[in-house]
Design a protein around this ligand. Sequence first.
Ligand code: HAM
Length: 420
Amino acid sequence: MSTFQAPKGTYDLIPPNSATYLAVREAISVPLRNSSHGYIETPGFENVELFARGVGESTDIVTKEMYAFETKGGDKLALRPEGTASVLRAALEANLHKGGNLPVKLWYSGSYYRYERPQKGRYRHFSQVGAEAIGAEDPALDAELIILAHQAYRSLGLRDFRILLNSLGDKECRPVYRAALQDFLRGLQLDEDTRRRIEINPLRVLDDKREAVQEQLIGAPMLRDYLCEACKTYHEQVRELLTAAGVAFEDDPKLVRGLDYYTRTTFEFVHDGLGSQSAVGGGGRYDGLSEMIGGPALPSVGWALGVDRTVLALEAEGITLDIPAATAVYAVPLGEEARRVLFGKVTELRRAGVATDFAYGGKGLKNAMKSANRSGARLALVAGERDLAEGVVQLKDLVSGEQTAIALDAVVDEVRRALG
Ligand code: HAM
């Protein structure tokens, strides 16, 4: 037993399962790189004020879930709970929006931290791959991002996911709705906490999962009925573009996201095999965020897909990704001279791009062959003194068991041919 364990709410990615995580990150990034998104990486922590202002003072993320701390130098920082505020901060700082080429399209992949109550699919450290398109108001941009996420999930073979779509209105129509909703909510039987929420973040009350609350929400004013003409038209265009692209979605007038910066288009990808933590990804438009963190007006839209939950979704659908074995060739030397010669061949093969491993630690033949089989390699290269004297090594096909002697100086070519 080891003395230390991973902190509560976290887990380690270890082989062979870690290969699936890498493959998921890769699969999500492919459509993004194929649609002119540039890669961005920002620090794992930021000034705490960035998230307080960006994500919102009244959100659970900021009030309860942030890993905030003060450094020895007196800086107030927080581990990043999400990526959007950081990416926008970095884009503004680097003046990317002044390059005359809007939108600035960026993608990222990394670790995020939320002090949440851990359960399956909800962790304190998790991974997202995300995309942000900064500085353009165009329904095609919203549609593009949703289509790309859909493409990413499909490329992984996922089928049991749904896209929930809503519009949260803009600074013209949302305040009118907010006031109407507050009026309605103030008349309900609610606990202290929820009553307080009515005053600071009434839309979040709609998201309350408790049945006793949901029952009372029947008949609540819906944002849909308060959208201004501009928001309505915009939303209709997003819907039409998705439909034309063959991407099915469900209108969810109650979809409210857990971050305050959203305006207009909001969406969530939910997977039906995941139980309560069913959101595998989410995002939307955040036209006011730039100004909230001190920048110019830059209407933007983005999403983040959760890598951990996407892996769980694969498991739920019984999908195993086709991940090539980490090792194609395994070299087994018998004796000191063979060690020297075969080690040279291993280096040669690797330089030629063939994934190769070596029986280290002076293993006997039987043990070494066991390791060769366990490595998943297709081929083994075995050589003893007699082989070397004849200028050959034995090439063994680990699937068929067939063995042939090949010339030492033709190893790379012969291996390549055998691998096809
Ligand atoms: P979010 O909905 O908070 O949005 O997170 C996006 C995804 O990250 C979730 O759908 C989920 O898959 C994953 N996730 C979140 N929290 C956890 C957790 N505790 N454990 C495991 N997975 C988790 C955002 O973060 C926004 N920044 C998305 C965005 C980008 N909006 C605009 N641009």
